[in-house]
Design a protein around this ligand. Structure first.
Ligand SMILES: Nc1ncnc2c1ncn2[C@@H]1O[C@H](COP(=O)(O)OP(=O)(O)OP(=O)(O)O)[C@@H](O)[C@H]1O
Ligand SMILES: [Mg+2]
Length: 222
């Protein structure tokens, strides 16, 4: 039995733009094992976000196979995909993507509620580590960028997912806030043994990850 969290075999993704066929990912092989952390770089438009979207099931591959936690996803229904997302996946985006009409506490507990769970000791721990204790009743749109991104990380890790996908999580933050967010995110994912795949353009942020991968001409180079 392998311990692959993500296994991509001969993965390809093309988009049609009018009658133009645009091959974004091509014959791509890639494995992420438990507790791996990978910084994903590559030129704008090379397919980094597309790759994350395929792994999250937000897009479907043209050809090839995606295995998640040793399960082939080829036959997965929408229900299988949402179960995977609710139980095993955390996602952090560049633009915080929080639920704006509700407060910090409810943003954090939301992924747990999808699994029929409630606020627990791990949530208290997240809030303490991320420095959110004083902010729990605040509405997220009243927070600074760095504060919002710390909430987004708490939300992404509340249900203790096996896999965290992060797409330029510090892209909207200044250098000091970026370092703070990376420090805290790395501390928590190390504690949880979460596998992390993070797109970043920042050398400083990439240094927090164990592996470096680069997307070019449809493939991943390590
Ligand atoms: N839904 C879509 N329909 C058509 N083309 C798409 C779609 N999504 C992505 N693409 C195209 O696929 C290519 C890769 O896009 P993607 O967003 O994955 O790039 P990226 O590496 O994340 O770039 P950036 O660093 O700018 O975020 C681009 O040429 C983009 O136009
Ligand atoms: Mg992108």
């Amino acid at each position: 039995m392998s311990h692959a969290i993500v296994e991509l075999n001969k993965l390809a993704k093309a988009f049609m733009d009018g009658d133009q066929h645009h091959q974004v990912l091509d014959d791509l092989d890639f494995t992420l094992n438990k507790a791996d952390s990978v910084a994903l770089t590559g030129a704008s438009g090379c397919g980094k976000s597309t790759l994350l979207n395929l792994i999250a099931g937000f897009e479907s591959a043209t050809t090839g196979e995606i295995k998640l936690l040793d399960h082939s996803t080829q036959q997965w229904t929408d229900k299988d995909w949402s179960q995977f997302r609710h139980q095993q996946l955390g996602v952090v985006f560049q633009q915080f993507n929080l639920l704006t009409p509700i407060d910090v506490r409810h943003n954090i507990v939301f992924p747990l509620s999808l699994n029929g769970k409630k606020w627990n000791d791990w949530c208290d721990h997240l809030v303490n580590v991320l420095g959110l204790k004083e902010l729990l009743s605040r509405h997220v749109q009243s927070l600074s960028g760095g504060q919002q991104q710390r909430v987004a990380i708490a939300r992404a890790l509340a249900h203790q997912p096996a896999l965290l996908l992060a797409d330029e999580p510090t892209g909207n933050l200044d250098q000091q806030a970026s370092i703070e967010v990376m420090d805290l995110m790395t501390k928590l994912t190390t504690e949880l043994q979460t596998t992390v795949l993070m797109v970043t353009h920042s050398e400083e942020c990439a240094n927090y990850m164990q592996r470096r991968c680069h997307v070019k001409q449809g493939k991943i180079h390590e």
